[in-house]
Design a binder for this molecule. Structure first.
Ligand code: MN
Length: 149
């Protein structure tokens, strides 16, 4: 990465010399997710651009944090909780996760969900919901039925 003007795809949704990494330390809060880092601090933009892929039937961690995300789905199909809304994702949509907005991304049962996600290099750590927050989620049926732990 870094000084080359172009990072080429080596095959669909894989980039030359970019490792497929674990999504994060496995704490049981997600299912079937991996990560590729396409651009990071060395690019000097203060932004890290990642590609995440959620296998069919999988989901990312339900979390929130002060930093924000911009997300662009580019593969497959899925949906997301963003703040207090469950949204269907269409390829090439641009999704904005606001500061302290709860979020979780899910693929469908039959298709993966791949998305680009930008984030600041310097950022706070994600926070997962506690029991009180889960009780609040459960008051809204659309959210209760969507989220996975
Ligand atoms: Mn996040």
């Amino acid at each position: 990465m870094s000084t080359v003007p172009r990072l080429e795809q080596s095959e669909p949704f894989r980039w030359q010399g970019v490792d497929v990494l674990d999504y994060k330390e496995n704490d049981g809060s997600f299912k079937g997710v991996n990560r590729q880092v396409l651009a990071d601090a060395e690019h000097g933009q203060g932004v890290s651009l990642r590609y995440f892929e959620v296998a069919p039937g999988g989901h990312t961690t339900l979390e929130h944090h002060e930093h924000t995300h911009v997300v662009i789905p580019i593969r497959g199909a899925g949906s997301a909780l963003i703040g207090d809304q469950v949204v269907e994702l269409a390829l090439n949509d641009v999704i904005f996760v606001p500061s302290w907005g709860w979020h979780q991304f899910r693929s469908t049962e039959t298709e993966p969900l791949g998305f680009l996600c930008s984030v600041t290099v310097d950022r706070d750590r994600p926070v997962k919901p506690d029991a009180a927050q889960i009780a609040l989620f459960n008051e809204t049926p659309a959210i209760r039925d969507f989220i996975r732990y």
